[in-house]
Design a protein around this ligand. Structure first.
Ligand code: NAI
Ligand code: MG
Length: 349
């Protein structure tokens, strides 16, 4: 009997509405080839939904998503909607509500894609970003914001449990790769929170003697991403640093539009959510020019997570073939439209 998966689809806003359907075409095509089927249900949540309903998703949104094997997501946010809301009311709600404490964000070279770096060395590493706590817990407040003596505070939270679980994930991942974890910190200045982060990671590292463990400051690591990206294998980092480093990773690949990712609940107690690393790009939305490779890569990461590794590999090979054949969008110096790229990937499956 052929396997069937239930996928919740949340295109969101802006280019999400264009690249998610193209990603779905690829998923359906690869499913047919590999003898499994996908049932999708689409949820029109996000900033557009907020304009109509005063909320980013219904109150029982998480309850609804719980019934699915995975969530295939674009991105949320629109210029006409308060931009403090999309993360708080959608993305973080799903990431924390579903214990998706790993943000898995791979960085690699794509054949045929011009990179901004001079080095021609092959790049292949994974950013493992802590995804539920750290700098993004949104604990804080504003005091007298309209007054001359106004102030705003955000508190970072680093718990032993939160650090240990993501560190174990990173070291286990490294064991399956080139056996190196570089953990990113700034404990020379954030002497309380991040020296605790360092300490707990160092304790976890002792359980993985076969994995090289290196510590690097965030400022130096941004330079190394540009100057020597080939030294990285698994980059273990905090929520904020990982957010920034993953856009840099996208740029190093050649475009933000090239990065795929997974918000992973490793225990599979809840569905995981798969989305490109970028946002809703309202500046280029509605023109069928957005680069869908990151969204398509996210589909591959999703299929691997739900147990269809061969289909995932098939997508990655088809992506490589497509970029080397020159199926490149405007951001990559090409002329292909969003749907041309999906057509090329489907043809190359
Ligand atoms: P962004 O990632 O949407 O765009 C940054 C730049 O990269 C823009 O010039 C855009 O055109 C370009 N770009 C991004 N993706 C591209 C693609 N696939 N193909 C070609 N070019 C691409 O970041 P920005 O402008 O800072 O934020 C826009 C909105 O997205 C905001 O409302 C923000 O809050 C939201 N956002 C949502 C995220 C999520 O839902 N997870 C993540 C990041 C931002
Ligand atoms: Mg980001």
């Amino acid at each position: 009997m052929s396997k069937n998966y239930k996928i919740a689809v949340v295109p969101g806003d802006g280019i999400g509405k264009e690249i998610v359907p193209e990603g779905l075409r690829v998923i359906n095509a690869v499913a047919e080839k590999h003898g499994f089927s996908i049932d999708t249900e689409e949820f029109a949540w996000g900033a557009g939904y907020y304009i109509e309903n005063n909320e980013f998703m219904p109150e029982n949104g998480l309850e609804t998503l719980k019934n699915f094997d995975a969530v295939y997501f674009g991105s949320v946010g629109l210029p006409q909607v308060d931009d403090t809301l999309p993360a708080k009311d959608y993305t973080f709600k799903v990431r924390t509500g579903f214990n998706q404490y790993v943000n898995y964000r791979p960085v690699r070279t794509y054949p045929g894609v011009q990179r901004p770096l001079r080095s021609e060395k092959h790049i292949d590493f994974v950013i493992v970003r802590e995804n539920t706590e750290g700098e993004f817990v949104q604990m804080g407040g504003q005091y007298l914001p309209d007054e001359a003596n106004g102030m705003g505070i955000d508190t970072s939270v680093f718990t032993r449990k939160g650090i240990e679980r993501v560190a174990h994930y990173a070291f286990k991942l490294a064991q399956k790769r080139r056996k190196k974890v570089t953990h990113i910190t700034k404990s020379n200045t954030l002497i309380n929170s991040l020296s605790y982060w360092d300490r707990v990671i160092a304790e976890v590292a002792q359980e993985y003697p076969d994995v090289e463990h290196e510590q690097m400051y965030i400022d130096n690591s941004t330079a190394m991403f540009v100057l020597k990206p080939e030294i990285f294998d698994v980059v273990l980092t905090t929520n904020l640093f990982g957010d920034i480093l993953s856009d840099l990773g996208g740029a190093v690949m050649g475009s933000l539009g090239l990065g795929g990712s997974g918000n992973i609940n490793p225990e599979k107690d809840f569905p995981s959510m798969f989305e490109p690393i970028h946002g809703s790009a309202p500046d280029i939305a509605g023109q069928n020019i957005a680069n869908p490779y990151g969204q398509i890569w996210s589909a591959a990461i999703m299929l691997e997570h739900i147990g269809e590794a061969e289909a995932a590999k098939n997508i990655m090979d088809a992506i490589d073939k497509s970029t080397s054949e020159g199926a490149l969008t405007v951001d990559l110096g090409g002329k292909a439209s969003t749907s041309d790229v999906a057509d090329a990937v489907i043809k190359n499956l």
